[in-house]
Design a protein around this ligand. Structure first.
Ligand SMILES: Nc1ncnc2c1ncn2[C@@H]1O[C@H](COP(=O)(O)OP(=O)(O)OP(=O)(O)O)[C@@H](O)[C@H]1O
Ligand SMILES: [Mg+2]
Length: 248
């Protein structure tokens, strides 16, 4: 059985990698051996924004592992995985994908898996991101935008997750501004109330520096999540008091 979480999002480009990397850096700083995995990555041919490397490279940086261990199936064009796989004539085999994720997790206390796009993104015939998350049995963290449109996208994602029996640890609004406006504060409260879910926030991070990622992760309830995910740190049983500086 895997321990950890599956980071999905309400869309592509909503902050899954930033969240996954901050989470990994925050946990690593607290003595957790963290593995990270981006099972399917597309758009490898595309330039990345200044200060932010490609997903697998950022996750590798946050966990101190090699980027080649993080991305399992990689494709050049910035298109849905099922199309990228078809164009490359390199289909994604669900069994192989899941076995390789389990292998990445071996030896770590916890794995953070980043999905591709949102829950219903197809990977191959009859197999999508939601099926992958269900097979892995990991609880979800849902990255979502703080602004206009996020209530609908987030509630749809929650409904889709729960319809498949997935557990949702939290929604994380990212990047959360230092002074949220009336709408952003209302969006947070409304998603929590209508979705019946914990809504956390991740502040804006200037660039992909592990210390900045770790600092940002202090807004997240890392100790609570470790305890709920039944993760033991080296030498510290889950839930044991520590000097960690996360929010709870
Ligand atoms: N907390 C944050 N701090 C700084 N930038 C952020 C934050 N959250 C989101 N962003 C911005 O959103 C962009 C997209 O984030 P990210 O790459 O994590 O999205 P994604 O959901 O992983 O995208 P993809 O679907 O391509 O994997 C980032 O390049 C960054 O500009
Ligand atoms: Mg990403």
């Amino acid at each position: 059985m895997l321990r950890g979480c599956f980071v999905t999002g309400t869309d592509t480009g909503v902050g899954k990698t930033v969240l996954a990397a901050a989470l990994a850096a925050g946990l690593r700083a607290r003595g957790v051996r963290v593995a990270a995995c981006k099972p399917v990555i597309t758009g490898l041919e595309e330039p990345t924004p200044p200060g932010w490397p490609a997903d697998h490279e950022l996750l590798a940086r946050a966990t101190g592992r090699a980027a080649r261990e993080v991305a399992l199936f990689g494709y050049g064009p910035p298109v849905s995985p099922h199309l990228a796989a078809e164009l490359a004539a390199r289909p994604i085999d669900p069994g192989e994908l899941e076995r390789r994720i389990v292998a990445v997790a071996a030896g770590a206390d916890l794995i953070v898996v980043e999905g591709t796009g949102g829950l219903l993104v197809p990977l191959s015939d009859g197999y999508d991101i939601r099926r992958l998350a269900t097979s892995l049995g990991l609880p979800l963290l849902i990255a979502a935008r703080p602004g206009l449109g996020t209530i609908n996208h987030t509630l749809l994602t929650l409904e889709s997750a729960r319809a498949a029996g997935l557990r949702v640890a939290a929604v994380v609004l990212t990047p959360w501004p230092p002074s949220p406006d009336r709408m952003e504060r209302s969006n947070r409260a409304t998603i929590a109330a209508l979705g019946g879910v914990a809504v956390e926030v991740l502040p804006r991070i200037a660039c992909a520096d592990p210390s900045l990622l770790e600092q940002a992760a202090r807004t997240l309830p890392l100790r609570r999540w470790l305890s709920v995910w039944r993760v033991c740190r080296r030498g510290a049983p889950a839930g044991a008091p520590t000097s960690d500086r996360s929010r709870d």
